[in-house]
Ligand binder design. Structure first.
Ligand SMILES: C[S@@+](CC[C@H](N)C(=O)[O-])C[C@H]1O[C@@H](n2cnc3c(N)ncnc32)[C@H](O)[C@@H]1O
Length: 436
């Protein structure tokens, strides 16, 4: 087993070349790499007879790695597009024959439809001689969708091409095949058709006036077919559920007392709007359909930035007695007053910290009924300095909360250091290791 701490710090969080299968179907900037999960599978001695849970599973890195090692796992995720990605990436039962057949139809019909709308693409390399029929399609975003999609995230012509392709995918009858294609489309809009990049915030790049989409789509689906055709056997069972980790035990009522290990990474208290990171694909795939839908999604997430704090929030009530948290919140608010910062967002900074740790308190408390005696838990969390450069030692505070809920703290292991954008200081990302 490779010691992950021997990997150069600057690339420690990157997916290694040999780990692309299934993982590369769709990944996002918030994810951790498969070798981190592998390290804890080894360190904890996780075996096929064990059950692993990732309550903030994002794009399913933990679950894919467990599946590859024939270990059963559960995943919970509140963001619908990440939930969707995890589910599709861990469904290895889709017959390759069905995929190939529908694939040919989608390529043919979208090729013909693109041509009909004056956007022809050269697909002669992979389309069979019979020509597809152009579909009667609308291929437009609704006004509500436009309201939540930042205008510069994708240029009009690539968007039109993507929507025509999506309309053709939507006609695929088999649900698992259709979902596989839609995940490829999500990958395509972010990594090819859109004008977005991540660093780590999502930002807009030079607009692409036009890009062809079929060739990229073809290569993505071809890779999926190849992964499914060469999957490890046997592979673990996986169950991914859409829900809020602050109520995690409610989502797995049949697994009470059964979970042996947690390997996870929750959000960190910073100014990152997690819904913006996935906004482009969420809107195009229809997971976020307007302002109301966006708010509902934000309400499901742990409070971690000023864009998802609401007047009705009460998570802070759970951590009132924690001096360490109150002290940080006070320091942030004092600095704001001293610096004469008066924007609505800045006034929320101190509240974010309280609601964040209150939410994590609820999560750790809700986890207890699911855990087997002596279960071990690994939480990857970063220290933060986003709020007027106030240092938030995330792992240390979570350890304090966990102890108050009668977990044992085994250790806090340094995973890597990162350059804090605001301060240009290297700050720690740690793994908090707990025992039930
Ligand atoms: C750091 S990311 C995890 C990434 C994951 N390890 C991966 O490799 O893709 C944290 C995830 O927690 C999710 N999340 C935030 N609040 C949540 C909540 N209350 N319940 C469940 N998931 C939540 C976010 O949507 C995000 O996908």
């Amino acid at each position: 087993m490779q010691n992950i701490l021997e990997i150069e710090n600057s690339v420690r969080n990157q997916t290694q070349a040999g780990d692309k299968s299934f993982n590369s179907w769709y990944q996002f900037v918030l994810g951790y790499p498969p070798h981190l999960v592998r390290y804890y599978i080894f360190k904890f001695g996780i075996q096929p007879e064990h059950l692993v849970l990732d309550p903030f599973c994002g794009t399913g890195t933990t679950n894919v790695e467990c599946k590859k090692k024939n270990i059963d796992s559960l995943g919970l995720e509140a963001n619908p597009v990440a939930f969707f990605a995890s589910r599709v990436k861990t469904n290895w039962q889709v017959p390759v024959f069905d995929i190939r057949q529908s694939f040919q139809e989608v390529i043919s019909s979208s090729s013909a439809s693109l041509e009909k709308f004056g956007l022809p693409e050269n697909v002669s390399l992979f389309v069979q001689p019979q020509k597809g029929k152009a579909l009667q399609i609308e291929s437009k975003l609704s006004d509500d969708q436009r309201l939540v999609l930042p205008k510069d995230f994708i240029s009009p012509t690539p968007l039109r091409r993507v929507l025509i392709l999506k309309d053709c995918i939507d006609r695929v009858e088999s649900e698992p095949v259709r979902e596989l294609f839609l995940l490829a489309l999500a990958n395509l809009v972010v990594n090819h058709a859109g004008n977005v990049a991540f660093g780590p915030e999502v930002y807009t790049t030079k607009p692409k006036e036009d890009v062809s989409v079929l060739d990229f789509f073809y290569r993505l689906v071809d890779r999926m077919i190849c992964d499914l055709g060469t999957q490890p056997s046997p592979s673990g069972y996986t169950d991914i559920v859409h829900g809020d980790a602050r109520r995690v035990s409610e989502f797995f009522p049949t697994k009470l007392g059964d979970v042996n290990f947690i390997v996870t990474s929750p959000p960190y208290p910073n100014e990152k709007d997690y819904t913006r990171t996935t906004r482009l694909e969420s809107v195009i795939l229809g997971f976020v359909s307007g302002k109301k839908g966006l708010r509902t999604l934000k309400e499901q997430l742990l409070r971690s930035n000023s864009r998802n704090i609401f007047v009705t929030d009460s998570d802070q009530d759970y951590i009132k007695s924690f001096d360490s948290i109150n002290k940080i919140a006070r320091e942030i608010e004092d600095k704001r007053i001293h610096l004469k910062k008066t924007s609505g967002f800045e006034k929320l900074y101190h509240k974010i910290v309280k609601h964040y740790f209150g939410g994590m308190y609820r999560h750790l408390e809700s986890m207890k009924p699911l855990l087997a005696p002596d279960a071990r838990l690994a939480y990857v969390v970063g220290d933060q300095m986003s709020f007027f450069r106030t240092h938030i030692p995330t792992a240390k505070i979570l350890a304090e909360i966990a102890e108050s809920l009668s977990y044992k703290v085994d250790e806090i292991e340094l995973w890597r250091t990162r350059l804090a954008t605001a301060t240009k200081i290297q700050i720690e990302e740690n793994v908090l290791i707990l025992r039930n």
